[in-house]
Design a protein around this ligand. Structure first.
Ligand SMILES: [Zn+2]
Length: 142
C-alpha cells in the first residue's frame, strides 16, 4: 500500500496528507495542490510505494494524474451504485528523471473507495509501445 505526502519545493517541508490516496490522486487530477502553508510556494504530491521499480527508494513525485473523461457506473450487489476509477498516474523518481506510468484503480461504493489489487506500473516507454501498437491495429481495422 502506498503512503503519500506533499513536498514544498522551496522550504522542503514534507507534510503527510491524511487524505486517502484515492482522494489525493482525485484532487490532483482536477487541480494543482494548494501552496505550502509555511512559505506559500508550490507543493508537489509524492507517493512512497512498497514495490520496486529498480530506481531509488520507492519515493516518487506525481507528475500527472488522469482519469477517463467518462467513468463507468453500475448497480452493485447491494443495489448501490458502483463507480470504477481507473487512474493513469505519471510518476517520476526523486533521484532520476525516469518516468513510470502507474495505474491504480478503485471501486467507489457510496463513500467507500475500495483499492484495487495489482495496480500496473510500467516504464513509460513500455506503456507507450503498448498504446502505439493498439492504436496502429485499431486504425488499421477501420
Ligand atoms: Zn514551503
Amino acid at each position: 500500500m502506498a503512503a503519500q505526502y506533499y513536498y514544498c519545493t522551496q522550504c522542503h517541508k514534507k507534510i503527510s496528507t491524511f487524505q486517502r490516496l484515492f482522494d489525493a490522486l482525485y484532487e490532483f487530477s482536477k487541480s494543482d495542490p494548494e501552496n505550502c502553508p509555511v512559505c506559500g510556494s508550490v507543493r508537489e504530491l509524492h507517493v512512497s510505494l512498497d514495490f520496486q521499480l529498480g530506481v531509488g527508494d520507492g519515493d516518487f513525485k506525481v507528475v500527472h494524474a488522469f482519469l477517463p473523461e467518462k467513468l463507468e457506473s453500475w448497480l452493485g450487489e447491494e443495489e448501490e451504485e458502483v463507480t470504477y476509477y481507473p487512474f493513469l498516474v505519471v510518476l517520476q523518481g526523486a533521484q532520476e528523471s525516469k518516468q513510470f506510468y502507474w495505474m491504480p484503480y478503485w471501486h467507489v461504493v457510496g463513500k467507500d473507495a475500495r483499492y484495487g489489487q495489482h495496480a500496473l506500473c510500467l516504464d513509460h516507454t513500455q506503456f507507450e509501445s503498448l498504446v502505439a501498437q493498439a492504436q496502429k491495429r485499431m486504425f488499421a481495422a477501420v
